[in-house]
Write a protein that binds this ligand. Sequence first.
Ligand code: HEM
Length: 588
Amino acid sequence: MQIPSVFKNREALLQLPLSLINDSASFSIPQSLTLLTYLRLNVATPVKRAFQWMVDGMISSADNCLSFSFPSKLFSHLHLSKNAPLSPNFLQTAMAWDLLYSWRALALAVVTVALSALYSYQSGRSPFPATAPPVADEGVPILGMTRFFTNRWDFFRDNIKKSKSGYFSYWIGSHRMVGLSGAEARHLVFYNPDMNMEEGINLLFGGTTRRTSEGESFNGFFLRRMARALKGDRIAKALPDLLSDVRKWIGEMTPTGESAITDPFESVYAVIMQLTTRMVLCEELANDKAKQKSLVRWNEMVENSTTATTIIFPSLPSWALLTRLYAGTRIYLTFDEVIKQRQKGGNRVDDALQIYLDFNDATHDTVMLLTASLFSGLVNSGVNGSWILLYLAKDAKWRQMVMQEVRTVADKYATASESSKQKTLIEKLEDVPLEAWETEFPMTYLCFRETIRLQTVGSVIRKNSSGHDVAIGNEVVPDGAYTTYHLFDAHLNPAIYTNPEAWDPARYLPGREEDKSAPDGYLGWGLGRHLCAGMRFAKLEANMVTAFWMASFDWDVVGDELPALNVNASAAHKPQTPVKLRYWRRED
Ligand code: HEM
């Protein structure tokens, strides 16, 4: 088959006029396979590029009316044109079903596995230099250290123990990895500019370096714009809306009968999503609960799609990859639609999207900004915001201290008028100014800080992309290798924290200050070059949600038991077994 020259360059393809695309991009089954083979032979990481091409093409198709086909009879000629447009949702659903349920897809998958395995094997694992930490003596051929995915903390703990320096080398697929521990390692991963965070994260998402349409590295581009969206004056301006969102949530949660049951990982998540949308996304979605719910679900699907298979065989059409493509596309299309509508209407809105739009970036880049904002803003705040209520349910002393704090602050700012005497605690909280929300809830913050220590599970990852080996102790992190540091190396370290698995906010109080007992002993917000960009907003959210909840309800845990700490998880997550709270209106 003659492959049109335009396919040699995906970017060029997407720029083509409609008619040309329609003529040249519609394939039958054998043609599709030939195209994949063609790409296999001509592109550096071919299969991955082919799949990316299909999905990117699909996304662009919403506007450009690009057409292409899928490798099975069922949808062998999907054709988009201006005259007969198909909905983008249909398209991507079609693609997922098509790939999953046709025998040809199965055959394609088998071929792709073989090619990917071969590719991974052939491209080979470069050996570690003699100066790198010793290679861990576990793992399976091709895949490498599977415990990194299945039992991450056990994997780190065992190998740290076995190694003299506390450092060890291992492979994941063909990627060279170095596991680290101790204070020097913390300093290296959080402060050393040779350790590239963005390239580390890219490994988890298929190994592709994310760039903007202008070719700029995505992380810096994103951080600069997000910093504008989270500036102090913006938070101050948004405060009344944020407060009204939380108040509305409390209204919706209030039991109609004596008590009610809720899963905090649904209900607290919902209010965190509302606040995240208000602060770092856009007004259109802040007023659309149904879309928010879908975004939470798709975001979760993307989070859960980082598996051994997607890292080691990023091009294999595994279930995880298809899920990621599906959910990622749904998120993309949702944001794309909002942007297009906003631009079409020509109206300006006072929100993060407007700040992003005022940079005049390409629409694709703005969509990616919103996607990254959602991803970084939701999970940690949602998980920790839910857990704090669970821990407080089990600790009467801290519950009482936090309650006292809420009353004190509410009363302090509600004394201005006579009518304030009749105000409920909730109404008084609505008068609390930003500065007080940020500085006058120290007990609440200690509870949050302690929750984060236990629930921010997993490892941080960086790539040494400095072009040279980087020394650590008497060993090196080889050029091009990834460093991994497990947060529990500090947070569950009995040399830093006494009885580390216990939830004990008093450990930070003067006199104990356990977090200061080792250099950089607390990593809950990151450090140095990678301090959390949303920390200020995350603290504010936590203070507001906890205070309003406390002012409204009493609660306990259904079944009485908290879920066990899942030390081996790869990232902050909802508990595997759902947990419920029973709650009722406060009497006082
Ligand atoms: C309880 C809530 C949160 C926790 C515990 C948390 C924790 C962290 C940690 C540990 C890091 C460093 C990661 C690393 O070094 O690899 C980080 C980075 C980051 N966080 Fe948060 N975060 C939270 C909420 C948020 C929110 C609400 C946003 C934005 C709305 C946000 C945006 C970011 C961004 C953009 C980075 C990357 C900074 C960089 O590239 O240097 N975070 N966060």
